[in-house]
Design a protein around this ligand. Sequence first.
Ligand SMILES: [Zn+2]
Length: 148
Amino acid sequence: MSDPLHIVCPHCQAVNRLPAARLEARPRCGRCRQPLFGGEPVNLDPNALARHAERGDLPLLVDFWAPWCGPCRIMAPAFARAAARLEPHMRLGKLDTERYPEEAARFGIRGVPTLVLLHRGRELGRVSGAMSAEQIETWARGALGRAV
Ligand SMILES: [Zn+2]
């Protein structure tokens, strides 16, 4: 038996312990009872980002975006489709760099949209510019594969 995975709830941010075999079984949060995977990106504030990145065992793909950014708005539906395809093996989240400029600066974000892939507190890769759902999925799987 492998150790259970730590899955951070996208709704209440409780850390759930889940056997890997149950990932695909539409698991629910032990605290708030909502689904642990909704097939859509999670809106992150800096605290939630840190919790998912450092307490969770799933790789976290963050879309650093801004409301004024045209390419970001164009990419939003593609990122949502990528979330539906990459869950439950990856968590996808969005951070609004206009609302949280300090967090964007902490990550050294120079332009939006920028995707950053994090795993257990470590950055595995980043890429800038609007992408299709297929490109996002391929890039994320590639970045993860190169890191392990
Ligand atoms: Zn919950």
